[in-house]
Ligand binder design. Structure first.
Ligand code: ADP
Length: 261
């Protein structure tokens, strides 16, 4: 879309990758990874028509969930010093989850976190990508900072729920990004409403948090994603709703945000 082209600099940090859009949240559990996966799928559907490829990099070293959400498992090939991304749903995919055992807890010490993150983010052979979605770890600690300093981001989307507690931490996260000169592309409000069979909308987690976050950050609300059982089921089953039920309200809401970027 326009925004991506208008102000973001095409990045020369990762060879072959044109735009890198990060998905960030102040805390876990707001649906950041769900959003990142469905956004990547929406981009992939849009860009595929132009013969262009989309990728997703899961940088959540503490709880990588992208492989499960996309139903992709296994170990990536290693070619020299480089990791070759896995492929699935027409996406190139790399995740810390491919590199660590599911049942083994990862206990990282500070310097190890930085080093791992740097190697991980710099040594993937992505090939030609129009757009790479980066799922950042939640929060505003060293891991996040290290990542946004290592990966030359075109911009970031902030995910929040409508709740005050979520919007407060979302803003903290956004400020950290701004300090490192990452451009905030906008706010996505997740779990915004529950739609009844009659089309009525219930605001389970309150109302207006996404808009307020956007206003406070001087950016725009990109869209609202409904609270929807099939979004959760799609994540659990490795079949993102954008792909499995593209005509649903939920899928359309992800698509609208991808189009707006
Ligand atoms: P985060 O990455 O912020 O920790 P996740 O994406 O892992 O959050 O989502 C947490 C849980 O909430 C998952 O089980 C996911 O399927 C579910 N979820 C996320 N967004 C929605 C939504 N809009 N509707 C229903 N369930 C959702």
């Amino acid at each position: 879309g326009n925004k991506k082209a208008e102000a973001s600099t095409a990045n020369d940090g990762i060879p072959g990758v044109k735009y890198i859009v990060a998905v960030s949240s102040g805390k876990g559990g707001v649906g950041k990874s769900t959003f990142a996966v469905n956004l990547a799928c929406a981009f992939s559907q849009i860009l595929e028509k132009e013969g262009k490829k989309t990728g997703i990099m899961d940088c959540d070293i503490y709880g990588p969930s992208v492989p499960l959400m996309l139903g992709i498992s296994g170990r990536p090939y290693v070619e020299g010093d480089s990791l070759i991304p896995m492929e699935g749903h027409n996406l190139s995919v790399m995740s810390m989850g491919f590199l660590v055992d599911e049942d083994t807890p990862v206990v990282w010490r500070g310097p190890m976190v930085m080093k791992t993150i740097q190697q991980f983010s710099q040594n993937v052979k992505w090939g030609e990508l129009e757009l790479l979605v980066v799922d950042l770890p939640p929060g505003t600690g060293d891991a996040q900072l290290s990542l946004v300093q290592t990966i030359p981001l075109s911009g970031a989307v902030i995910v929040t729920t409508p709740q005050a507690v979520s919007t407060t931490v979302a803003k903290r996260g956004a400020r950290m990004l701004e300090k490192t000169n990452v451009r905030i592309l906008g706010v996505a409000e997740n779990m915004s409403y529950l739609e009844g069979p009659d089309g009525s909308r219930q605001n389970i987690f309150g109302e207006g948090g996404g808009q307020k976050t956007a206003d406070d950050l001087g950016t725009e609300l990109l869209g609202q994603i409904p609270l929807d059982q099939s979004i959760r089921e799609g994540g659990d089953a490795g079949k993102p709703i954008v792909l499995s039920d593209p005509d649903s309200t939920a899928a359309q809401s992800f698509h609208a945000i991808a189009q707006s970027l």
